[in-house]
Design a protein around this ligand. Sequence first.
Ligand code: FMN
Length: 223
Amino acid sequence: METTDAIQGWRSIRKYKSDSIPEASLKKVLEAGRRAPSWENVQPWHFIVVEDPGVKGKLSQLAMGQPHVVAAPAVIAVCGDLSAWDKPKNKAALMELMEAGVIQVTEDIIDGFMLKSPVFCVAEHGPSVILSRTFEQLGIAYGFMAVEAVNQGLGMCMIGAFGNKVTGEAKELYEEIRKTLGLPESMYLLTLLTLGVPDEAPRPRPRKAFDAVVSRGKFGQTL
Ligand SMILES: Cc1cc2nc3c(=O)[nH]c(=O)nc-3n(C[C@H](O)[C@H](O)[C@H](O)COP(=O)(O)O)c2cc1C
């Protein structure tokens, strides 16, 4: 499928056939997330494929009873790894980029400047900036996964409305699910992606007009 067609063909899919997801397609979707770009290549993510009906049921409960969470053959629990921003890990990611010739710096510049700069080092900031940067990276990863899902003939819905550390809802259930998923302390459950073979073909959902979101040269000047 052409990439443009996959992007234009995107719809949030909330109804799925009972068919299981071909393993090769599932892996391609996850691989799309793994290949996504991230800030200084820190890759602050982990993707857990949940197929157990009981666990999906709990996730649906956590998502205020959204039925497509339990109905989907698989739910990808997208977790943000807040420890990925810690300076030693951030340094390791930068060193890897340096060794690959992506950034022309020295270890001294990484230690003495980059890891001390509020522009380059996310860990220089407080938890809210760290969390928002984590969300930013995850959005890129599941954006890639969404396009690959369409390419694989699969349907996906991104789920952000659920109880977790961000929304502060359903704290006990969130903690129970964290245990079930075996999440390390630094790992937050931030998004769910329902996945399955589509059993609906919705029309494109409304969007703001092109000129309302795009300008050339200056805000409000049409392209
Ligand atoms: C970060 C994020 C969170 C979302 N959370 C939910 C959700 O909890 N439940 C749901 O049914 N749809 C959710 N959606 C889907 C949006 O409602 C949907 O993308 C929007 O209405 C546009 O429709 P479309 O995706 O079919 O083009 C979410 C989308 C995004 C990007």
